[in-house]
Ligand binder design. Structure first.
Ligand code: 5RP
Length: 231
């Protein structure tokens, strides 16, 4: 493998530590993004080298393609509606394990898979950790409802921009055929309450606030810290 940069090594360490949770026979959610890609590759290696039998449920076309390349057998949510474990990345994580996701525009499927799993764990480099969430929240919206959703989000204190493809004029289109809004709220002291309000907006397909992570694997160059939800 090529030499990894510091942050790639942090991501790899976090992802590979979380893969230790995976055991024989499990159905595992395969998240999306550069950190989860290390987990997908690690699971592919374990299948090849240890003869591990697992099936994966991908959260995006990108993770599906990588899983196929790595030799991970896949199954649909229709066939396997309850997963043993879901491993996914994050854009920001707070001290209560609330998470913002959707940097890769995949958060709708990611949330469906996370909520279908008995255990949802997050893997990330340590720079994603913050005391209070404060980055923009990705929001998937039906193109037809965009103006209504923007207006309702403004009432909640959010300022939205439609995400566009770098170097092109057009909007990013999600795997579900929708637009992505990136919505700035400033500091988000109560992510669950904001998420509940956003979920009531007609035409808003899904927002990127996740509040159900059981554990977060935070990668450093020389170690991994595991944060567990307080019950
Ligand atoms: C995709 C996501 C990703 O998990 C998130 O953006 C983190 O990505 P990366 O591991 O590349 O930093 O939510 O929708």
């Amino acid at each position: 493998m090529k030499n990894l940069s510091g942050s790639e090594l942090e991501k790899k360490n976090a992802a590979e530590k979380a893969c230790e949770l995976v055991s024989e026979g499990m159905v595992v959610g395969l998240g999306t993004g550069s950190t989860t890609a290390f987990a997908i590759r690690c699971l592919g290696r374990r299948i090849a080298e240890e003869g591990l039998h697992i099936t994966g449920v991908p959260t995006s076309y990108a993770s599906e393609a990588l899983a196929i390349e790595c030799g991970i057998p896949l199954v649909s949510l229709d066939r396997s509606p309850v997963l043993d474990l879901d491993i996914d990345g994050a854009d920001q994580i707070d001290a209560s394990l609330n998470v913002i996701k959707g940097g890769g525009a995949a958060h709708t499927r990611e949330k469906i898979v996370a909520c279908s799993a008995k255990k949802f764990v997050v893997v990330a480099d340590n720079k994603k950790f913050t005391a209070t969430l404060n980055r923009s929240v990705p929001i998937e919206v039906l193109p037809y409802a965009r103006r209504l959703v923007e207006r309702e989000l403004r009432k909640l204190g959010g300022a939205c921009k439609v995400r566009t493809c770098p170097g092109k004029d057009g909007p990013v289109i999600s795997d579900n055929g929708n637009f992505i809004l990136d919505c700035e709220f400033g500091e988000i002291p109560n992510p669950a309450a904001l998420g509940e309000k956003m979920s009531l907006i007609p035409g808003l397909v899904e927002h990127g606030i996740f509040t159900t992570a059981a554990e977060v694997y935070l990668g450093f160059e020389d170690r991994v810290e595991v944060l567990r939800r307080k019950v």
